[in-house]
Design a protein around this ligand. Structure first.
Ligand code: UDP
Length: 368
């Protein structure tokens, strides 16, 4: 048994969200135990984030990846229960909406250990989306719900969760602000042979955009219509899907499209901060676009960040490529978020607010 704060993560965006909270916990002198479920595991998708963001190496890796939703959730539940019983943490912190988060939340709740959910409250209203199912369940069994924006907070109030809900701001914004201070941007742009405002940044990985050939083809057709340099760090799932559907050669023939391996966080935020616009199906990148003052064409029928849609930063892709191209022509770079822009995601100190609230609500005696 160990008096500690346990944090459990498993995929790329969770490593990024973990960074500023881990820093805050360690700065205050608490003993932190980090558990990695193993969902993302190689250098590009995992190790680089721990190194670049100065996150301690995980104390334990469960090495669980792949399989169906049920298999993965069940395997993580079985493995994490043993680890939790070994450490008996004072509280457990989880992030976002993955199967790792769901599995851990269920186990922690039944062991009667306080559970903190960071990035609580976003809702798409679509229960056919597996992440939505995870989000709703996790929020309803967590003891502290830290919301990144006010609309997520309102969603939780509507669901009767006001007692545990707290608007803290977004830990992704914290790490974005902190990291931007120390990057050699020129070298990174040179490495990818791009110039400020003269390229589009694209990422593409959601299951609904990689599972069938027609959807993949529609995205390729859009890319073929764009007459600008596009840099695309390609997710392994998309690479596999393109190969599986026999579309790898076709996408590689698009002259203006530069497909590269997934990049580290520092390169990514440099690429987003200097591009003319983003084309993505990533919830995280669509938000980072706003942090960087760049418009986003969102390639999924999910409405996760209402403030950004209402204020015109995120535009949803149409089924007709002519409409998408029209938006791409209109999206312009010289619309940086100025200081009068409402700060939807807090002030870059969400981790501090979260740890303050944890200290207020839970007994951390002995964790130092
Ligand atoms: N990201 C990265 N390198 C890449 C692609 C994405 O560092 O090659 C970062 C991106 O900046 C964002 C996060 O990973 O912070 C988003 O992860 P992803 O798109 O995998 O997941 P989602 O946001 O859809 O949950």
């Amino acid at each position: 048994m160990d008096n500690c704060i346990m944090q459990v993560v498993g995929n790329r965006p969770q490593f990024i969200k973990l960074a500023s909270v881990s820093r805050e916990i360690r700065t205050r002198g608490y003993k932190e135990i980090i558990i990695h479920s193993g969902q993302h595991f190689d250098e590009n998708m995992s190790d680089i984030f721990f190194r670049e963001l100065d996150i301690p190496q995980p104390d334990r890796n469960l090495h669980i990846s792949g399989g169906s939703h049920a298999e993965m959730t069940a395997r993580i539940m079985i493995a994490i229960e043993k680890v939790i019983l070994e450490y008996i943490p004072q509280i457990v912190i989880v992030y976002g909406d993955t199967n790792t988060t769901l599995a851990v939340a269920l186990v922690v709740k039944k062991l009667n250990i306080p559970l903190v959910h960071i990035e609580a409250g976003p809702r798409t209203g679509n229960m056919n989306n597996p992440e939505e199912v995870n989000r709703v369940i996790i929020d309803h069994i967590s003891d502290l719900l830290c919301t990144p924006d006010k609309s997520s907070f309102q969603n939780l109030i509507r669901e009767g969760l006001e007692e545990n809900a707290f608007f803290t701001g977004d830990v992704m914004y914290d790490i974005f602000v902190q990291s931007m201070k120390s990057i050699g941007q020129k070298e990174i742009l040179k490495k990818y042979s791009v110039e400020k405002d003269k390229y589009i940044l694209m990422t593409w990985h959601r299951q609904e955009n990689t599972a069938d050939r027609d959807t993949i083809q529609q995205i390729i057709e859009l890319v073929e219509l764009i007459d600008e340099t596009i840099v695309c760090p390609l997710h392994p799932r998309t690479r596999n899907a393109l190969r599986q559907f026999g579309l790898w050669n076709r996408i590689n023939a698009v002259r203006n499209l530069h497909i590269v391996e997934p990049v580290g966080y520092l390169e990514m935020i440099t690429l987003v901060s200097n591009c003319r616009m983003t084309l993505t199906d990533s919830g995280g990148l669509s938000k980072e676009s706003f942090f960087a003052g760049v418009k986003c064409l969102f390639m999924a029928n999910l409405h996760v960040w209402p403030e950004l849609e209402e204020s015109g930063w995120i535009y949803h892709m149409s089924k007709k490529n002519s409409f998408n191209i029209d938006f791409i022509h209109k999206a312009f770079k010289n619309n940086k978020v100025d200081s009068m822009q409402p700060n939807f995601y807090g002030d870059g100190n969400a981790a501090e607010i979260i740890v303050n609230e944890i200290e207020k609500r839970f007994n951390l005696k002995g964790c130092r």
